[in-house]
Design a protein around this ligand. Structure first.
Ligand code: NAD
Ligand code: WQD
Length: 366
């Protein structure tokens, strides 16, 4: 008998696939919906290879409420949703803002409407540290606590701020409605998980990030430099007020991040807290040069880079204060940034075509 059944939107994507794996490994049944805009169904095969269980899968757009209703009706055991599906390219979000508001905000509203109709009342949402914008504008807000005021500096981040508010208002409204009807209001709950910088791959080397287009995050780009697909890394600014002049981020291993979702889901289902936000980060900041060094060490040679001016919209420091999640969710990171580099390299080195190729037999046999 399953611990519970969870609908995972965006579940064939990077973080969604690792979270689906963690859910299956911990006894949940998983139903994934994804339109495969930035992922592939091969992720389902890899999940099954690793844990021996396969999620149910429906190819659909989360804006399609009718299709969502059908999935909920087909799987009446679903009582919770983990909502990953979104567009996530910061630069692109400034170029096509309407698309970002439509998919991210509109899609989340469609999902919440379908949840309400089908009496599915727990939601765990992929928010982002990007909602804080530049926390160095305040004194004493680095590392960043959850009460740091939100002020996103880009369109993508603003969609996350709005969705956090949509979920908060909906949970509150549904709780009020239940109370007025003389029922227990506790059914409706939301977890807003603000991730810092997810990275890394599965330690087996057969599951990792496989975006459809060009990567834009630091570690996947470094991976391409290491495989020779990219000539060098461009370092965006070495004139920050940091220990080596480059910007500081809190890199979190995707396996730890997946465990964080499990912890939040369990907390929400058991403690019924209403809506709460938690930072998912390690509390340890690394500079761009520290990442280059750590990855070079794993690869076994120096990776070429060139310093360029700062990237527009970048901030000096995004490091989490993770104590709320440590204490309330009983969750903390266990894997280091160095381990994330090691696992990422195993993935990239062995699967240069990502999910478009079979992994080497020795990895499958291990
Ligand atoms: P991803 O692109 O790998 O996963 C997103 C998934 O959603 C993809 O599989 C994509 O095909 C799917 N999708 C997109 N639009 C959809 C739609 N309209 N209907 C159905 N499916 C749709 O990205 P990821 O890195 O796994 O990110 C997952 C979530 O975490 C996103 O909400 C993202 O904003 C958030 N997040 C990511 C990071 C990061 O650095 N990766 C950091 C903080 C927050
Ligand atoms: C990390 C550091 C760059 C690329 C983004 C989103 C954020 C969240 C995570 C979704 C920065 C530097 C990078 C390069 C570089 N995503 N860098 N050369 O910008 O911290 O966060 O991903 O929610 O919302 O904004 O991540 O990996 O792009 O950059 O020097 O080619 O690496 O300047 O300091 P970022 P990143």
């Amino acid at each position: 008998m399953a611990v519970g059944t969870v609908l995972v939107t965006g579940g064939t994507g990077y973080i969604g696939s690792f979270t689906s794996l963690a859910l299956l490994e911990h006894g949940y049944d998983v139903v994934i919906v994804d339109n495969l805009y930035n992922s592939s169904k091969v992720a389902l095969d890899r999940i099954e290879l690793i844990c021996g269980r396969r999620p149910a899968f429906y190819e659909l757009d989360i804006s399609d409420e009718k299709a969502l209703d059908e999935v909920f009706q087909k799987h009446p055991a679903i009582d919770s949703v983990i909502h990953f599906a979104a567009l996530k390219a910061v630069g692109e979000s400034g170029e096509i803002p309407l698309e970002y508001y439509k998919v991210n905000v509109g899609g989340s509203i469609a999902l919440m409407r379908s949840m309400e109709r089908n009496n599915v009342t727990n939601v765990v949402f992929s928010s982002s540290a990007t909602v804080y914008g530049d926390a160095t504008r305040f004194e004493n807000m680095i590392p960043i606590p959850e009460h740091c005021p939100r002020e996103a500096t880009n369109t993508y981040g603003r969609t996350k701020v709005i969705i956090e508010d949509v979920i908060t208002d909906q949970v509150k409204a549904q709780r009020n409605k239940l109370e007025k009807a003389g029922k227990s209001p506790e059914a409706w709950n939301g977890a807003l998980l603000r991730y810092f910088n997810p990275c890394g791959a599965h330690p087996t080397g057969i599951m990792g990030e496989d975006p459809q287009g060009v990567p834009f995050n630091l570690l996947p780009l470094l991976g391409q430099v290491a495989t020779g697909e990219r000539e060098k890394l461009l370092v965006f600014g070495d004139d920050y007020d940091s220990r080596d002049g480059t910007a500081i981020r809190d890199y979190i291993h995707v396996v730890d991040l997946a465990r964080g979702h499990l912890a939040a889901l369990n907390f929400v289902r058991e403690k019924k807290p209403g809506v709460k936000a938690w930072n998912l980060g390690s509390g340890r900041g690394s500079t761009v040069f520290e990442i280059i060094n750590a990855f070079s060490k794993v690869v076994g040679r120096d990776l070429p880079y060139e310093v360029k001016p700062r990237r527009q919209g970048d901030v000096l420091d995004l490091t989490a204060h993770p104590s709320l999640a440590n204490e309330e969710l009983n969750w903390k990171t266990e894997l280091t940034m160095e381990k994330a580099c090691e696992d990422l390299w195993r993935w990239v080195d062995n699967n240069p075509q990502g999910y478009r190729q079979e992994p080497p037999p020795e990895l499958l046999a291990a």
